[in-house]
Write a protein that binds this ligand. Structure first.
Ligand code: SAH
Length: 360
């Protein structure tokens, strides 16, 4: 149990106000302005706490860039559009998207880049990496302009705060963060009827845990509304499934799982993403059937791209290139756990790689 400055702050807050929800705890641990995890550091890469697909290989962002550009052309190449990314981290995915789309006629002239990023530390890393493209930043999705929107997010939704409820008969007890000696511990609230969870009474039994992510649905609603009204598409990549059952709250530090309550502000906290509520909130935008990252990347040509890049490599760089391809696509690595949710306007062509014409 580490006595971090944030641990002391949270203990004082709980002593004054009573147990806090998991969502309030996650929010403070990740984004506290002084001691939050994202607010104070660059957590990515081999020397950090976790590594994401764009940091594993340039192929990820290049292929996504070409997918977005194809979708833009399929919708008549609108003259001005927003190219937005939520939670861009180090800016690597956006940089790869932009390099791959440089040769798509008109795409760069038409795009206006908007980055949705809460962390000042990461904003400044993104500003350095993307300086020549003059992006704009916001932390509010409602600021997205009312015009065509091509949107991408990788490992953004898993960082949004969740609440957990444990079934007790026909009611639900919320899992809360309470004081322990030392540190913090999980505690259960009194069971209450929860009309919002009525639909989970059918697929759960006593003692089961379900999760909700209150911040995610308004975001999906805004993105879906822009796309349905003005054109565009969204490509949301994350680990999770259609809807979850059980506790997926987790902490990673130096690439190892750790106790999420042990060192507030020092570990990355996430939960699996439920895509069903996102797809529902995004209506009238149309969600393509969920596809795994491995199948999606194969459909949009990762093997051809990997072979082309391999021709220029030998020795250790070739080995690590082959390992990266496997890591992104293999079912035992990121290929199955990670899913793609694609949103398009009603009656528009599906995003490449997510169409339903072929079986997966
Ligand atoms: N997409 C990047 C980074 C993923 S980590 C990659 O794949 O490497 C999560 C990112 O979301 C970080 O940039 C983090 O600062 C940002 N973030 C987390 N919560 C946020 C919020 N509520 N609003 C805006 N950005 C947020």
């Amino acid at each position: 149990m580490a006595v971090t400055p944030l641990m002391e702050k949270l203990r004082r807050r709980i002593a004054a106000e009573g147990p806090m929800s998991l969502a309030d705890f996650m929010q403070a641990c990740l984004l506290d302005p002084d001691q939050g995890y994202y607010a104070t550091r660059d957590p990515f890469g081999a020397g950090g706490d976790f590594i994401t697909s764009p940091e594993i290989s340039q192929m990820f962002g290049e292929l996504i860039g070409l997918t977005l550009a194809q979708s833009w052309m399929d919708q008549g190449s609108p003259q001005t559009f927003t190219l937005a990314e939520a939670g861009p981290g180090r800016g690597t995915l956006m940089a790869d998207i932009l390099r791959a789309t440089r040769s798509v006629p008109g795409f760069h002239d038409a795009m206006r880049i908007v980055l949705i990023e809460a962390s000042p530390t990461l904003r400044s890393i993104q500003a350095d990496k993307l300086a020549e493209f003059t992006p704009a930043w916001t932390d509010n999705f409602a600021d997205l302009p009312k015009r065509p929107l091509w949107f991408v997010a990788n490992e953004f939704f898993d960082a949004l705060p969740i609440r957990q409820f444990q079934r007790r008969g026909e009611g639900w007890s919320e899992r809360m963060i309470a004081l322990a000696d030392p540190g913090l511990a999980m505690a259960l609230s009194q069971p209450l009827p929860m009309p919002d969870l009525a639909h989970r009474l059918g697929d759960t039994v006593d003692g089961d845990i379900v999760e909700v992510c209150p911040a995610a649905e308004p975001i999906a609603e805004t993105i879906g509304a822009r796309i349905a009204a003005h054109g565009g598409a969204a490509l949301i990549v994350d680990y999770g499934g259609w809807h979850s059952l059980g506790d997926t709250f987790q902490a990673l530090q130096a690439h190892e799982p750790v106790d999420p309550l042990a060192a507030p502000g020092e570990a990355d906290l996430t939960a699996h993403v439920d895509f069903e509520p996102l797809a529902r909130a995004a209506a009238p935008a149309v969600a393509a059937p969920l596809v795994t990252q491995g199948v999606f990347l194969e459909r949009i040509g990762i093997t051809d791209r990997a072979r082309a890049l391999a021709k220029r490599l030998s020795g250790a760089p070739l080995d690590s290139h082959i390992a990266a391809h496997r890591r992104l696509t293999h079912p035992e690595e990121m290929g199955s756990l990670f899913k793609i949710l694609a949103l398009t306007p009603p009656n528009a062509p599906a995003l490449p790689g997510t169409d339903t014409g072929e079986s997966s």
